[in-house]
Design a protein around this ligand. Structure first.
Ligand code: ADP
Ligand code: MG
Length: 252
């Protein structure tokens, strides 16, 4: 266990793709139970930063820590594979494009990882799937395939699937951006509920109203740097930097 303010730490994150420097010395601390929104223009490095947290995009420099353990620590290949798989099990991730397994029902999508990775019996995994699908309001569709669900329903199943691993941290990368407007709020409601349950979350979003109402802190990124951060009242209500003001004028 670590100090609560150090629950998630990104220390001097740097990431280059070839000669393109996408993250330039980004540091971020998230306390246990805190909800941080990341906003910023397309191409500013938001997804790369989120993917660096569970090492889907390996940083070129810097460190990521979760609950006192370094996620991207240097280890021989075999040991690293084992280590990163254990870390990824603690970090739930929901992407813009629903990445449910198309040939599996909602139930099977949710039970697969707990059975394979946590050794749950079929009965245990099934009870867990019911619990998690109920939580996101999808219990009545438990035996539907993704193709039989709306975008909002698929995203709710994706959240249930992530929650079934009992993660310490949830990452959302524009989870509602691909949805028809009328389906956005059902997904936002689920995220709000998680917030009320004090799930630690980092949320990349274009929805300023949602960020303002749910998040404890807002980070504005542009061109690979954190331009400004603070409580939503400050970043949205009284932005200090010209770049933040220009971005918000376009978004709001
Ligand atoms: P955002 O999520 O804020 O839109 P991204 O993190 O997706 O930004 O991308 C930041 C920059 O990194 C963009 O210029 C993008 O083209 C580039 N980029 C992202 N992934 C790759 C990759 N795998 N290879 C090369 N360039 C990449
Ligand atoms: Mg992105």
């Amino acid at each position: 266990m670590t100090e609560s303010t150090d629950f998630v730490q990104i220390r001097h994150a740097q990431k280059s793709f070839g000669t393109l420097e996408v993250l330039k010395d980004i540091s971020l601390n998230v306390a246990r139970g805190q909800i941080v929104a990341i906003i910023g223009p397309s191409g500013s490095g938001k997804s790369t930063l989120l993917r660096a947290i569970n090492d889907l995009d390996a940083l070129t420099g810097g460190e990521v820590w979760l609950d006192g353990v370094q996620v991207n620590k240097q280890l021989p290949h075999r040991q690293y594979e084992k280590h990163i798989n254990e870390m990824r099990q603690q970090i739930g991730m929901v992407f813009q494009h629903f990445n449910l397994f198309p040939h599996m029902t909602a139930r099977e999508n949710v039970t697969m990882a707990p059975k394979m990775l946590k050794g749950l019996s079929a009965e245990e995994a099934d009870a867990l799937a019911k619990e998690q699908l109920d939580k996101v309001g999808m219990l009545e569709r438990i035996d539907y395939y993704p193709s039989q669900l709306s975008g909002g329903q698929k995203q709710r199943v994706a959240i249930a699937r992530a929650l079934a691993m009992n993660p310490k941290l949830m990452l959302f990368d524009e989870a509602t951006s691909a949805l028809d407007p009328e389906l956005v709020s059902e997904v936002n409601q689920v995220m709000k509920k998680l917030a009320e349950e004090h799930m630690t979350m980092i949320i990349v979003t274009h929805e300023m109203d949602f960020a303002a109402s749910v998040c404890d802190r807002v980070l504005f990124m542009d061109q690979g740097v954190v331009v400004e951060e603070g409580p939503p009242e400050q970043v949205f209500g009284n932005p200090q930097k010209a770049r933040t003001r220009a971005f918000l004028r376009k978004e709001l």
